[in-house]
Design a protein around this ligand. Structure first.
Ligand code: PK3
Ligand code: ZN
Length: 372
């Protein structure tokens, strides 16, 4: 068994759970936020800095590493851990989402997906078997099944056909995946925003015996209340003794709302992406650092944060770096944003331990400026 999920406690106030996920590269505390390192790097951060902020697992991506440098080169380097000098757990997404977000550049068939590289337009074909071959070569501890993330909105007929093909593909992924002792294959539940289709997909995917399951097809532009509603009726259909991963989520409020509904794992490019365009999560809400009001503001980015950025630099300096488009701006803001979310999840885990997650949610929403 590549991974073992240990359920430690269920919060008495909510459906939240505290757990530990044991993997070949170490233990992960859940609920967990996973920084995204699409091209074998969490942009602007060194592995040492990721360890400083206590990142426990990072994501990388099958599609991107297949296109460049090629999974065979990563394999020759000794696998992704060695290639990128990261000796803690890694999760690779299957490329399902990326290939589908290539839009008109791709053609979906039963066999797999034909698409053109976003780099040079060259033609490629990824089948469930090919995705597993790539993920086996990369060597991540957790690998995702090759699926279709249905667009939003999408009509029922399309979503139904798509989820049924995703189920057939998940079975083919399981068949193709031999390295089950070292790499745990997770299935992905689809079904769009349709309750009966989500139930069908959850039934079909969890009927395939796998070490963990993800909810896909969300955080694709739907309104937040709709995402929460889909979670309300989908999470209870997932086994409670295996990890539950909500893909592509999220912002501080989405993380807390997802944990309240029983989600254990999250990933999102938001903290790293908004950092690169000069925005920070802070305990008082979002701060757009380039804003002129900070020109002579010599206070820390977040007075309540004890991270390296907040202990050593001021808003005025960070604004200056952003205005000059200096590389250090991305580094310092990324460092803080990742620290903010990782620290938020540490506080969420403590609140579950203390049976007070709903109180924690209300306090956080009050301070962060979210409507209750
Ligand atoms: C940002 N929103 C988002 N929604 C997602 C939905 C999916 C999905 O349905 N399937 C797969 N394989 N990956 C997904 C990913 C990439 C990982 O963050 C998503 N990312
Ligand atoms: Zn900070």
């Amino acid at each position: 068994m590549a991974i073992r999920y240990e359920l430690i406690k269920v919060c008495k106030q909510t459906g939240a759970r505290l757990g530990k996920l044991h993997t070949p590269h170490g233990v992960i505390d859940t609920p967990i936020f996973m920084p995204v390192g699409t091209q074998a790097t969490v942009k602007a951060m060194t592995p040492e800095e990721l360890k400083e902020i206590e990142a426990q697992i990072i994501l990388s991506n099958t599609y991107h590493l297949y296109i460049r440098p090629g999974h065979d080169i990563v394999k020759k380097a000794g696998g992704l851990h060695k290639f990128m000098n990261w000796d803690r757990p890694i999760l690779t997404d299957s490329g399902g989402y990326q290939v589908f977000s290539l839009g008109p550049l791709r053609k979906i068939k039963e066999e797999g997906v034909e698409f053109r590289s976003h780099l040079d337009g060259s033609k490629h074909f990824i089948s469930p078997e090919k995705a597993i071959e790539i993920e086996n070569a990369l060597g991540a501890d957790i690998i995702m099944a090759f699926d279709e993330c249905a667009p939003y909105p999408a009509d029922r007929e399309y979503v139904k056909n798509s989820l049924e093909r995703t189920t057939r593909w998940a079975k083919r992924c399981k068949e193709a995946h031999k390295n089950t002792d070292n790499q745990a294959l997770f299935g992905i539940i689809q079904g769009g925003m349709y309750k009966d289709l989500r139930e069908q997909s959850a039934r079909e995917i969890t009927a395939i015996d796998l070490p963990g399951y993800a909810i896909g097809g969300l955080s694709v532009g739907e309104p937040k209340p709709l995402m929460y509603e889909v979670l309300d009726y989908t999470v209870p259909l997932m086994p409670s003794d295996k990890p539950r991963y909500l893909m592509g989520v999220g912002s501080p409020d989405d993380l807390i709302e997802g944990v309240l509904r029983g989600i254990d794992m999250f990933d999102c490019v938001l903290p790293t992406r908004i950092a690169r365009n000069g925005t920070a999560f802070t305990s008082g809400g979002k701060v757009v650092v380039r804003n002129a009001i900070y020109q002579e503001d010599f206070t820390p980015l977040d007075p309540e944060c004890d991270c390296y950025t907040c202990r050593n630099y001021t808003k005025a300096y960070l604004r200056h770096l952003v205005k000059c488009n200096e590389i250090l701006a991305s580094r310092l803001l990324t460092y803080h944003n990742l620290y903010f979310l990782i620290n938020l999840m540490k506080n969420v885990r403590q609140a579950i331990m203390d049976d007070r997650l709903m109180d924690f949610r209300n306090e956080f929403f009050e301070k962060f400026g979210y409507e209750k």
